[in-house]
Design a protein around this ligand. Structure first.
Ligand code: HSE
Length: 400
């Protein structure tokens, strides 16, 4: 029998308890042990709920109980999660977390601590919800240089963009729906401003380069400025607007960014809709591969946490080596990144051509007082320089 504690009984934590109960027989078979949730740490009491008898408010009760071998952290945010997780690892307990803010910020340090204590710190659920992506990168695609890792890694914004595109719904309305479905972060700013995707691409890049990537170094734009007019243009061009998190190896190191992109129907991420996430991985030997599945939500994310629990139970006396050193890596400047740019402007065609040279115009009849155009491929800094000379820029979206 392995006794487990769950820290944070919100959407994901309650999902973990539900799966451990519902799939107990299956989990016993795959892990070789019976699992029992002994404590649930939360500030709330949950009176009248069967979980009430397991609720504790002091994390030290868990840290000091030698019966607890495995701890689940599903609280979110860096503090107090970091203090609690550190205390658990120091007490020789295995920890799994779904918390990308914690992993992006303290991942290398917590992995090192887990190694020192001969336990495990796993975090499959921190990226891509239920999609297995961390374990394949850590254990399967280990003989390759990963030259690109990019994808749709935020379920909330993908759900919102899909609804805005297909149903013509307004931003606020679709955000409320995503929150009601349990996809969004406690503060949805993290989703819509791209911060959540930024933490996730920082984690993925850290794993593929084996060093700490500071998320603060990643240029990040969210979807708050995307309007129904942008979606109209996207449709006119047979494209979709997707919030992409990308990381590519260049001669100057990895270049990473999070931003909305206009992608064509032929792009593998075009049909990734609703809450689904997909992560594209290009290895120098493997070539292309894609990981696709439910990117957020209670049970998919909890499923990834439970997968980690089973892995830890199977490696109770052994630290699983994870290649992620604390030494920070210097990312290449995103301004050197080359792409095409879609721009909406009130400027004349003549002014546009004089400023940007050869462009493709996108004229929508109903939009009399503006015009869209797509530039040739150029660096971010070249675009910025030219755009500064244009008399009006209503919108810019990168064009894949
Ligand atoms: N808020 C996150 C998302 C949850 O929407 O993707 C899963 O990490």
């Amino acid at each position: 029998m392995v006794k487990v504690a769950v820290m944070g009984y919100g959407t994901i934590g309650s999902g973990v308890v539900e799966i451990l109960e519902k799939n107990a027989a299956r989990i016993r078979k795959t892990s070789g042990e019976d699992l029992e949730v002994k404590y649930v740490l939360d500030v709330r009491e949950f009176e009248g709920d069967p979980i009430h008898s397991k609720i504790v408010h002091d994390y030290q009760i868990i840290a000091k109980d030698p019966e607890i071998r495995v701890v689940v952290e599903t609280m979110g945010g860096v503090e107090p999660a970091y203090t609690f997780v550190k205390a658990m690892l120091e007490a020789g307990k295995h920890v799994t977390t779904s918390n990308k803010a914690l992993v992006a910020d303290k991942g290398a340090e917590l992995i090192a601590l887990a190694k020192e204590k001969n336990v495990n710190f796993l975090f499959e659920a921190s990226v891509g919800g239920g999609i297995p992506i961390i374990r394949p990168l850590m254990s399967s695609i280990t003989g390759d240089e990963i030259v690109e890792i990019s994808g749709i890694v935020n379920g909330t914004t993908n759900y919102m963009l899909t609804k805005m595109t297909n149903e013509g719904l307004a931003f606020d309305e679709v955000l409320k729906e995503a929150q009601a479905k349990g996809y969004a972060e406690k503060d949805p700013t993290a989703d819509v401003e791209g911060y959540d995707a930024c933490r996730k691409i920082a984690i993925l890049t850290s794993i593929v380069c084996g060093q700490q990537v500071n998320y603060q170094d990643i240029h990040t734009e969210g979807i708050t400025k995307i309007t129904p007019t942008d979606i109209m243009y996207a449709k006119e061009m047979g494209r979709a607007i997707k919030l992409l998190a990308t990381s590519r190896q260049t001669n100057d190191g990895y270049v990473a960014m999070v931003a909305p992109f206009l992608i064509p129907a032929s792009h593998p991420l075009y049909n990734v809709n609703d809450v689904f996430n997909a992560i594209f991985v290009k290895g120098n030997m493997l070539g292309d591969s894609m990981f696709y599945g439910s990117g957020a939500g209670k049970l998919p994310t909890a499923s990834a946490v439970v997968g980690d629990i089973v892995d830890m139970v199977k490696h109770m006396n052994m630290h699983i080596t994870l290649n992620w050193d604390a030494e920070p890596v210097t990312l290449a400047d995103y301004k050197t990144n080359e792409t095409r740019f879609f721009v909406r402007t009130k400027a004349s065609k003549e002014e546009i051509s004089n400023t940007f040279g050869k462009v493709e115009f996108v004229d929508i009849e109903e939009l009399a007082d503006e015009i869209g155009f797509v530039t040739e491929t150029m660096s971010e800094s070249a675009y910025e320089e030219k755009a500064a000379n244009l008399s009006s820029v209503l919108q810019m979206i990168r064009f894949h």
